[in-house]
Design a protein around this ligand. Sequence first.
Ligand SMILES: [Zn+2]
Length: 185
Amino acid sequence: MITGRVLLLNFSYEPLGTVGVARAMCLWFRGSITVEEYDGDNVLHSPRETFRVPSVIRLRTYINVRRRRNESAMKRARIYIRDKYRCQYCGDHKHASDLTLDHILPRAQGGESTPQNLCAACIKCNQRKGNRTPEQARMPLLTPQKHLNIGLDHVLLCHYAESKPEWKKYLFMEDFEVSSEQIAA
Ligand SMILES: [Zn+2]
């Protein structure tokens, strides 16, 4: 139970990410957050008290996280999750260790390292494509590039939320499921 994840919301209710239960309890004791949802009837015991385990917490003050999120080291993992661990060229499912991040428009042709220009590709396809666009290499993308333009933070949270129904209303899951189907199509 102490190993679970807690959804962390900004003061504005915008999802920021997840923290471990221990960290969430720490923030709670420091008075930094309010608890929005509890994790069912799960409780934690201290020598003197019993605490309900939080599942969704919200910061008491607003923090501006835009810059930090764009620089997130989690970008690679989030893109793999978004692309469902499939090479976006041959469609093979792969382990993360067998995937690479491909620049759809190659860096050599001015392609940026933005989520919309990055996709999961197996090593073989990445090498075959080289410094060419999908059109030049005649390697069409499995997912139309416009569908890659969804928030990566959202993707990760929805991935976690599959086992956390109480998170859904904070993540607008229904909207997301529509785009998720579009991506799979
Ligand atoms: Zn491939």
